[in-house]
Design a protein around this ligand. Structure first.
Ligand code: DGI
Ligand code: FE
Ligand code: FE
Length: 188
């Protein structure tokens, strides 16, 4: 599918804010691809599509994930919002015509990350957090700088902030988020 066509579909599926965020992730991922030598078009497609399933109602996220036979962790059952990565990858393949498995896995893991991520997975994980339309979070200026200078350290800091935030909020933490942090904290 051409980018223009993807934009038309995303505009229908997403809230205006989420649509603008998706384009922010697309261009941030492209910049990071320049820095780290990733294919720019792959980075753009993964960035643009990463949240395509984000705005489905909660119950639909669970229902569609079941319907399409996606694996659902305990934590995802409790927090179906976490499923928007897996579901987004599914739709990227089925509706947006993406066949590149590397793009699909970058979409799948963009929320939790995973240990030993591919370069594209890392770029999307980070670009999602730092894109220019994100509201200002503590430590964001430093994290933005690290995104262009030390990718693994940047991932470590993002996970640290996310885990702190989730602990304060008192919500369940997915095993994969925890495992990803354990892997990348060695990089600090
Ligand atoms: O979809 P975005 O908002 O652009 O970003 P995202 O896909 O990284 O989702 C961010 C949200 O996901 C944020 O509110 C924190 C939450 N999150 C990340 N890891 C976990 C988590 N929520 C739970 N319950 N458990 C996790 O392990
Ligand atoms: Fe997301
Ligand atoms: Fe996002």
């Amino acid at each position: 599918m051409e980018r223009e066509e993807m934009l038309i579909s995303l505009k229908k599926k997403l809230t205006p804010k989420r649509y603008v965020h998706s384009i922010g992730v697309e261009y941030t991922a492209a910049c990071m691809a320049f820095v780290y030598g990733e294919d720019v078009q792959r980075a753009r497609i993964a960035g643009l599509l990463h949240d395509n399933a984000k705005c489905l109602p909660l119950e639909d996220k669970l229902k569609k994930a079941k319907k399409h036979g996606l694996t659902i962790s305990e934590c995802e059952k409790e927090n179906p919002d976490l499923l928007h990565g897996k579901l987004g990858a599914y739709y990227a393949g089925k509706k947006y015509g993406v066949t590149d498995e590397g793009i699909l896995s970058a979409i799948t893991y963009h929320t939790t990350g995973r240990p030993d991520m591919t370069l594209l997975e890392k770029i999307i994980f980070v670009a999602d957090y730092i894109e220019p339309n994100r509201r200002m979070l503590e430590g964001l200026p430093e994290i933005r700088k690290e995104a262009m200078t030390d990718l693994d350290l940047c991932i470590c800091h993002i996970l640290k902030h996310t885990l702190d935030y989730l602990k304060v909020k008192g919500v369940a933490i997915d095993d994969l988020t925890e495992k990803t942090y354990d892997f990348y904290k060695e990089k600090e």
